[in-house]
Design a protein around this ligand. Structure first.
Ligand SMILES: *Cc1c(COP(=O)(O)O)cnc(C)c1O
Length: 438
């Protein structure tokens, strides 16, 4: 499989190149040249296949020139090693809980798979790979946990001091080993600037082998296709149309689903659910894409005013608005509606949603509205405990704390304080790598 930038169809890249590079130099995003088309017998055999086996089958055509099948099997076994329960919330309405990974959010799928790929590529290298990642909270934790103890890879996570939750900080600072957390006296944007500057610094790149763990990496999208196949295979015997509702911010999760559809998975529609950061629902409604500054909400992982994967949606649908809105149905909700949905679903069905899932729940309920020939699957993207305050207030009771979380509160924290000065950051990178500056 070859990959191309959405902005240049003339220069092909290999899977290995796009994973290591992350982003093309021309402001586009990498896309596969084509999609494998799976035959009927593949789909017939899916219902008894475990998740990690489905992952290997689905992903192999995309990587086979660079990763041997046996290695891919092993990467998928390690990346897809947690439960993905499909809970029937009400008749023909399922919640697929994607939050049973180490950081309790669906980003574990992408981060763990990408870590497996980069770890494999690093093992072919003489030089240690240094991953740099700036985080506003969630992504960094998933990346750190994904790369934990990967040989030949060091990870440096930059996070803004005082601007992540205590749980998120613990997820970043209690791992140790090959993971280092830098607490930057600044904002998320300052963290991102430091990382960007490091990648452009010729002297630094000569001395150490830098790589990014960017959220728009192709290696994060491919594993996000897998659970669509999984859910469909477990529900297909009902003989109904299957629709997925995806709580969306940067639209990477829904892009994974669109990849699955391109591979032949018969998904009727995607329900794109957002909070009031609704530039994509607006586009679907009106035909104009107008990026806006983001607005803070209770479903804060979706507070995105300029979704980075919109470029990929346009590439998939050839910039055809009508085609796009035939497949993707957009809905958006306010915080008030979101919290009310958490309360309603708990009172009526005894099921606890997180704020992101609650946005998706409302959207899917509106879409289905009496369509008895349809099964809806809500992608529940975060564990309610991550948003305990809002959830507990809505349902009027305390949440149980999962095992992994209470352990986090017993571990020691290790972090390195850092100003937002680039020279201090560069000095740190060179010295910890054993290379002295000047
Ligand atoms: C990142 C995130 C989302 C949004 O996913 P995108 O791929 O950016 O659309 C939704 N919910 C949670 C909990 C997330 O962490």
């Amino acid at each position: 499989m070859k990959y191309y930038s959405t902005k240049n169809k003339n220069q092909p890249f290999s899977f290995k190149e796009v994973v290591i590079k992350g982003l093309p130099d021309d402001n586009g995003l990498f896309m596969p040249e084509t999609f494998p088309n799976f035959e009927d017998d593949f789909f017939e055999g899916l219902e008894n296949m475990p998740l990690d086996k489905i992952a290997t089958e689905v992903i192999y055509p995309f990587v086979k020139e660079d990763i041997p099948e046996e290695v891919l099997k092993d990467i998928c076994k390690k990346a897809f090693n947690f439960e993905v329960p499909l809970i029937e919330v009400k008749p023909n309405f399922y919640s697929m809980e994607l939050y049973h990974g180490p950081t309790l959010a669906f980003k574990d799928f992408g981060a763990r798979f990408m870590a497996g790929c980069l770890g494999y590529f690093a093992s072919q290298n003489e030089r240690e790979v240094n991953i740099l990642a700036a985080t506003s909270g969630d992504t960094g934790g998933a990346v750190a946990a994904g790369f934990y103890k990967t040989k030949g890879v060091k990870v440096t996570i930059l996070y803004p001091k005082g601007k992540v939750s205590e749980l998120q900080e613990r997820q970043l600072t209690t791992l140790g080993e090959n993971i280092t957390a830098l607490e930057v006296d600044g904002t998320f944007d300052d963290c991102q600037k430091l990382v960007k500057k490091a990648f452009l610094d010729g002297e630094l790149n000569e001395k150490i082998n830098l790589s990014s763990a960017n959220s728009i990496n192709v290696a994060r999208l491919l594993p996000q296709s897998v659970y669509y196949f999984y859910a469909w295979s477990r529900l297909k015997s009902a003989g109904k149309k299957v629709v997925f509702a995806v709580p969306s911010g940067n639209f990477g999760n829904i892009t994974g689903g669109l990849f699955a559809k391109m591979m032949g998975l018969p998904i009727e529609n995607f329900v794109a659910a957002t909070n009031v950061n609704k530039v994509v629902p607006d586009y679907l409604q009106e035909g104009q894409f107008i990026p806006k500054p983001s607005i803070q909400t209770v479903s804060n992982a979706m507070d995105v005013g300029n979704p980075s994967n919109f470029e990929r949606l346009m590439s998939i649908f050839n910039k055809n608005w009508q085609l796009t809105r035939n497949v993707i149905k957009g809905y958006y909700y306010t915080d008030e509606e979101t919290l009310e949905a958490i309360r309603h679903v708990f009172n009526k069905y005894g099921y606890i949603l997180d704020p992101h899932g609650a946005v998706g729940y409302k959207a899917l309920s509106s879409y289905i509205n009496g369509k008895s020939s349809t099964i809806g699957v809500l992608l529940e993207t975060a564990h309610p405990i991550k948003f305990a305050e809002h959830v507990e207030e809505s349902i009027g009771k305390k949440l149980e704390v999962p095992d992994g979380i209470s352990e986090l509160y017993e571990k020691d924290i290790a972090k390195i304080p850092m100003s937002k000065s680039y020279n201090e950051f560069k000095d740190y990178l060179l010295n910890k790598s054993g290379v002295k500056i000047k």
